[in-house]
Every structure is written in structure tokens, then in C-alpha cells.
Design a protein. Structure first.
Lengths: 112, 235
């Protein structure tokens, strides 16, 4: 299979699989009651999944190179978290987090 | 169509999502760059971002394709990376039940990390399910539309943003904006702690399995903590 065709096949199959994953339980529970235990578990989906998604972006170092963990990123992420907790605003969180990161990077190693 | 666009909730959803669409721009550029580097045509690059509509899956697909991986490996890897959509779908389902099937099928297509987190907050704020659904449609459409734009720009222009600006940090920041306000009850904090430690401890797992395993562990931990808290307060 040549590369161009292979990419289109990937797009078609992954596109369908992704859509079916997204639709799955929405379609299943459209006509059934959600069991009480699951309903309770669903409350913790955003906190658990988003934390698992975001943490590696903030603290993950390249494999086998723990020394390059970015302290400014961790501190800036904490500052952004505090702003988000109190303001509920994406824009304010973004502003606070980026300004904190730039300030720390500048303070630690200058512009270069 | 015109009725949807003039719907105030649709518009509010679109506008509310604009800061996040900006924050995701560096990620979209990277995906476009990846498609170009793998030798994709413009049509295929757009097909990838418009149909698959998941940054993680897009990056994995073009990287594996460029590395000459077999079709089955590419498909399986992208599917596993998208397993979290099953969980989002389950958590979203009770909120979408009152909506007509056509709405459910459309909103399912727009169910991304960002849209999910924003929609849960909007539905939890209460009010009419249709209004919240229209808000979801607006925010999901904003994400989808800007995602296509940034992918195409990345495809043609390459990585416009100097790495020294660290603008890729905006991606985790916009998730922090959505997750931090949840940390108000002890079970939620337990869920986040278990998921957080889990994802770092399991980082070596292949196919980004760490995300789904740690996420499910966090959800279970949060639910158990919820039961424990209920017992404690009932006493």
C-alpha cells in the first residue's frame, strides 16, 4: 500500500473508531437508566481524567533524564491552578500561568 | 442552521471557548507540522484533523506512518489513545439523555477533552438541558473550526512560534483552568491525587495506556472516598 492511500485508510478507520468511542455510552444510556453506582463514579471523571492528562505535560521529563524537570513550569502550573480555583476563568488562568512561567524563566536564566 | 447560529446559548458557548481555542493553537500547529513532515497531501492533512479531530491520535498516526509502522499497529495505537472518549461518553450520557438523538449524535462527534470539561461545567450549572446542549454545540464547533485553521497553518507555515516562548505551555494551562475549580470536595481531591500519581508512575506503559489506567484508578478512588465520606457523615 502506498503512503497516501495508507494515510486515508488510517483516517477512515481511526475516524470511525474515535466517533464510536465518543458515541458509545451516550447512545447506550439514551434509552436506559444510568445505574446509581456509575452515576456516582461519573462525578469524578473530570477531576481524575483531566489531572492524568495534564500532569505529564507539566512535570514529565524526557525518559531517563529526570534532571530536566522544569521547575518554572511546575510553579507556574500551581499559580495557574490557584487562579483557576478562585476565578473559574480560562483567560485569567492562561494569563497568570504564562506570565508566571515567563517571569520564572527570565529570573532563572535571563532571556537566552 | 440559521436557527442554531442565532441561538444565544450556541453563541455563548462559541465565545466562552475562544480563550481555549487560542491556547490550543500551538498544539494545532504541531499537528499540522507533523502531517506535512509525514508527507501528507493538504487534503489528507485536513481529512485527518477534520475527521479524527484528536490531537493525540493525529500526532501518533503521522509519526507511526512516517516510521513505516503496519496499519494494524497505527490503528490500534490511535484507538487505545482514544479510550478516554469512552469514559467521557459515559459521564456525558446522563446529561444528554433529554436531548433528541440527532443532537446526541452531533455532540458525540464534538466530544473532546476540552469540550467535555466545559460541557460538564455548563450542565452542572443547571437549567434547561437544551440550552446547555446548544452551549456545548457552540463550544464544540469553535474548537473544531479553530482546530482546522491551526492545523492548516501549521501544515503550510511550519512551527511559527519560537520554542523559547514556551507557548506550548498554554495547552496544560487551559486544562488546569477547567480542572482546578473541581477541587472543592475531598473525594474529588482523592480522585485527582490517585490519577496524578498513577499517570506519573505508569509513564513507561506503551500507547499512552498510563492515561486511561491512571484515570480509571482515580475515578474508582474518588467513588470509594465518596462512599467513605457518606458513611462518616451519616454516623
Amino acid at each position: 500500500m502506498d503512503g497516501a492511500l495508507k494515510l486515508w485508510v488510517v483516517i477512515a478507520i481511526v475516524g470511525v473508531l474515535n466517533y464510536l468511542s465518543r458515541l458509545s455510552f451516550i447512545a447506550i444510556f439514551a434509552r436506559r437508566h444510568v445505574p446509581a453506582l456509575l452515576g456516582r463514579a461519573f462525578r469524578y471523571v473530570p477531576a481524575a481524567m483531566l489531572t492524568a492528562l495534564v500532569l505529564p505535560m507539566v512535570v514529565a521529563a524526557p525518559p531517563g533524564d529526570a534532571a530536566t524537570v522544569s521547575v518554572p513550569k511546575i510553579v507556574a502550573a500551581l499559580a495557574a491552578g490557584i487562579v483557576a480555583f478562585f476565578t473559574h476563568s480560562t483567560l485569567k488562568t492562561l494569563t497568570a500561568g504564562m506570565l508566571a512561567l515567563w517571569a520564572l524563566q527570565f529570573a532563572l536564566c535571563g532571556i537566552g | 442552521m440559521r436557527r442554531v447560529i442565532s441561538n444565544p446559548d450556541f453563541r455563548a458557548g462559541f465565545v466562552d471557548m475562544l480563550p481555549a481555542t487560542l491556547a490550543l493553537a500551538p498544539f494545532g500547529l504541531v499537528c499540522g507540522v507533523g502531517a506535512a513532515a509525514a508527507g501528507a497531501s493538504l487534503a489528507a492533512a485536513i481529512g485527518l484533523s477534520a475527521i479524527v479531530f484528536s490531537g493525540a491520535a493525529q500526532i501518533l498516526a503521522v509519526q507511526l506512518l512516517a516510521a513505516g509502522a503496519p496499519l494494524a499497529v497505527i490503528v490500534l495505537t490511535c484507538f487505545v489513545a482514544g479510550l478516554r472518549f469512552l469514559i467521557y461518553s459515559a459521564a456525558m450520557a446522563p446529561y444528554l439523555r433529554p436531548l433528541p438523538p440527532r443532537w446526541q449524535k452531533t455532540l458525540a462527534f464534538l466530544l473532546t477533552d476540552q469540550a467535555f470539561a466545559a460541557a460538564i461545567r455548563r450542565f452542572d450549572a443547571g437549567g434547561d438541558a437544551r440550552a446547555a446542549g446548544a452551549h456545548f454545540l457552540g463550544s464544540g464547533f469553535a474548537l473544531w473550526a479553530f482546530w482546522q485553521v491551526t492545523n492548516v497553518v501549521g501544515f503550510f507555515a511550519g512551527n511559527l512560534i519560537p520554542a523559547a516562548w514556551s507557548l506550548d505551555f498554554a495547552v496544560p494551562l487551559c486544562f488546569i483552568a477547567l480542572v482546578a475549580p473541581h477541587f472543592r470536595t475531598s473525594p474529588t481531591i482523592v480522585a485527582a491525587l490517585v490519577a496524578g500519581f498513577g499517570v506519573l508512575a505508569l509513564a513507561a506503559l506503551p500507547m499512552k495506556l498510563s492515561l486511561i489506567v491512571a484515570g480509571v484508578a482515580g475515578i474508582v478512588a474518588g467513588t470509594l472516598a465518596d462512599f467513605a465520606k457518606e458513611r462518616w457523615t451519616a454516623r
